[in-house]
Each structure stands twice: as C-alpha cells, then as structure tokens.
Design a protein around this ligand. Structure first.
Ligand code: HEM
Length: 230
C-alpha cells in the first residue's frame, strides 16, 4: 500500500519534512545567484552558517552540562560535554573546505563581507560564555565536597568527578585544535602575515591557541599521581 505523504504539520512547506526542518527558510539564507560577486560565496556561507548551527548545539550542551554539575549529576554532565566536544570537532573538520579557496578568491569576495569577522560569531561567544560558567560550577562542586582540582586523579575512572574533569580537558583540547586549524586557514587563505609580526591578526590567533577554559585542570595534571596498574 502506498504511504500517504501529504503534510500533517502546520506551516507552509510542501512536505512535513520541509515544515519541520524549515528547509524553505534555511535554504533561502544563502545569497541568491543574482547577488553573488564570487561563486565561492556559497562555499564560504555554508561553512560559516553550518558552523554557527553546530556551535549553537555545543553551547546548549555545555549550558546543560553546567546545570547537571550544579545538580550533582556528573555522569550525565560528562555525556553531554562529550557531545559538545564532538560538535566542535565537526566544526573543525569543516574548515577543510576553506582550503579550496585561494587567497585571490577570498580577496575577491571581500566587498560582499563588509567589515565582518568570524570573531563576531555569536555561536563562538555563547560557547565561550557557557564554558566559563561550567568552570565555575565545577570548582563550586569540588569545593562543596571539600576537594580541589589537584586532588583529582585523571586515571581514576571510578570517580565521576575525575571522569568529568577528563572530558573538560578534552573539551579544552578540542577548542584549541579548532583554534590551531583556524589559525592555519587564516594564514593560508586569508593571506595574513606570519605570527612573528607584532600585533598582527595572526599573532593574536596564534596566542589564542594556548588559551584554556580550565587551566587548573591542566595544572593539576602536572602533579597527578598514577593509579596502581595491577
Ligand atoms: C577563509 C576563512 C577564514 C579566515 C581568513 C579567517 C580569518 C580570521 C582572522 C584574521 C581572525 C582574527 C580577527 C580578525 O582579524 O578579524 C579571525 C578570528 C576568528 N574567526 Fe575566522 N577566519 C576564517 C574562517 C572562520 C570560520 C569558518 C569561523 C567559524 C565560525 C571563524 C571564526 C572565528 C572566530 C571565533 C575568531 C575569533 C578568534 C578566537 O576566538 O580564537 N573564522 N578569523
């Protein structure tokens, strides 16, 4: 028997898929053929727009991670932060597509971009704000249990606080890997002077690679004892 595919959801799309996914709106968010000044604007917008969506998900998951830490549910917190880290990995992978732009292509589309910079990314700002809140919530959790980051043993898989701390380190690392890859894209595609040029954009981006949301967890690793291998 043929399945009835007529839409049942409210909305103006031709199918329920279109109505639920809002594809009419989504696919209209890229510049139209008569607007583009360079054909690679589509590539450029797709990478940036899809990055914003993944970052939206990442920020939402980090925010919920923080709520779970505050509620004392560290196992769920860890699972949610693992998702957020995967979202940032996907955003990092997408940067590969920008390697298909030459500095000349990128230069040619500049008039279309105005004064815009990825540094104004709302997704990235939300991720940063959410990560800072997570750091504070975790420190509060440890303090409430009379402990500190230095007391955590990274290899202690039985302790939910240690497992979450490991995932927070992973999160920091994923963000740093995005930053490193993005810095390379800025050099390769943006045609920026090397980081050795004082006060250059590249120098700022290179420095940001070292940034950590949870420096105390990295510091604690320097002094952490191992576990008994037996
Ligand atoms: C051809 C591609 C790209 C080039 C040439 C480029 C270049 C730059 C440069 C030069 C900066 C330093 C600030 C400035 O001078 O405006 C910057 C910052 C930034 N860009 Fe990009 N970018 C590109 C793609 C992306 C993409 C796909 C994203 C994803 C959202 C992004 C997000 C950011 C963010 C978040 C910053 C702030 C730096 C940080 O917090 O680490 N950029 N970019």
């Amino acid at each position: 028997m043929k399945r009835d595919k007529s839409p049942t959801l409210p909305g103006s799309g031709a199918t329920d898929y279109a109505r639920y996914m809002r594809t009419d709106v989504l696919l209209g968010l890229q510049r139209q053929p008569d607007e583009v000044i360079h054909r690679d604007e589509l590539l450029f917008q797709v990478v940036h727009q899809s990055s914003e969506l993944w970052l939206k998900l990442a920020a939402a998951e980090v925010t919920e991670t923080t709520a779970r830490v505050t509620a004392g549910d560290l196992a769920t917190a860890q699972a949610l932060l693992t998702r957020a880290a995967l979202a940032v990995r996907l955003v990092t992978d997408q940067l590969e597509m920008l390697g298909h732009l030459s500095p000349g292509d990128f230069q040619a589309m500049q008039p279309a971009l105005g004064n815009g910079s990825g540094a104004e990314s709302p997704g990235w700002r939300h991720v940063q704000a959410a990560s800072r809140k997570l750091g504070r919530a975790f420190a509060d959790h440890l303090a409430a249990h009379g402990t500190t980051a230095v007391d955590l043993r990274p290899a202690d898989r039985a302790d939910p606080a240690c497992r979450l701390a490991e995932t927070m380190v992973e999160w920091d690392e994923r963000v740093a890997l995005w930053r490193f890859r993005h810095y390379q894209v800025a050099l390769r595609v943006g045609g920026h002077a090397p980081a050795s040029t004082p006060n250059s954009s590249a120098a700022v981006l290179a420095k940001l690679v070292e940034h950590r949301f949870f420096p105390e967890l990295w510091q604690a690793r320097l002094h952490s004892p191992g576990t008994d291998p037996l």
